[in-house]
Design a protein around this ligand. Sequence first.
Ligand SMILES: Cc1ncc(COP(=O)(O)O)c(C=O)c1O
Length: 322
Amino acid sequence: MLFITLIYAASRDYLSPMSLKAQHVWMDGKLVPWESANVHIQTHALHYASAVFEGIRVYKTPKGPAAFRLQDHFNRLYDSAKVYMMEIPYRREELVEATKMLVQSNGFEECYVRPLVYRGFGSMGVYGGNAPVKVAISAWPWGTYLGTSGSNSGVRCMVSSWRRISSDSLPPQAKGTANYANSGLAKLEAVKYGFDEAIMLNSLGLVTEGSGENIFRVKNGAIATPPSTAGVLRGITRDTVIKIAEETKLPIERVNISREELYTADELFFTGTASEVVTIRQVDGRDIGSGDYPISKRIREEYLKLVHGMRNGHEDWMTYMG
Ligand SMILES: Cc1ncc(COP(=O)(O)O)c(C=O)c1O
């Protein structure tokens, strides 16, 4: 299984910026050539972060390319838009059809899909109510977000000096682009200091998540992840991993995790659509566990089997692109 995992990872490791290019982007109801998928500089969202988005993966499966948990991603998109009082001018089924059309027209067997709902050109000033709500969906082939070497041997992290946003100021459970100003500060700091990723604490000093991933801790065979009330995005991969753990009879709970519990963990791992399941091998210069991470590896293998349509059950999580 490890061999298959390595093949998956290596075959999807496209690092060139040109790999972001595709033939088409879906914009406001139609496919447009990639080169023409532009917005005006006075687009409201560019100035005031008035946008919400999703990140979805399409995987190669024995029955053809399939988007994993597409409905759940679109449900979260509509919830995020509701928080920001944006009315999406399309029905969910229309966005599902748009995604299929986009993936087919680009000829992708595997790709990342990025629906973006944003306030466009129409008014300036913080009040966005007069700017039209626009929708775009782009897709590109994207390798493992934290890199193949990180996926295979684990990533090195620092606890960020930036605290995670909280529901009383910027709701972390709505996937607004504004949240990523906070994530971006943490990520820039981590990379500047030579780490792969940042882990952010909330205002109480409790662990929340990475800059673009949820986090899990394993201690004495039991798995834990912070509850959504700690101030984390309710990750769809997080939910999938919780279900995999339950199905494989691994004890799992949603509990707060302290900073020192990161250092003393037997295993730590990140989850996310882009990064999938990635082991964390070091935090703030402390090696995590023994260097052998059997539970993270097992979860990762089960996850990769599932998204590639090679694990029984959860057929309802697959939306075929054909
Ligand atoms: C801050 C943050 N947390 C967690 C996640 C993981 O969410 P999901 O598994 O739905 O991709 C993401 C990914 O978008 C994220 O940006």
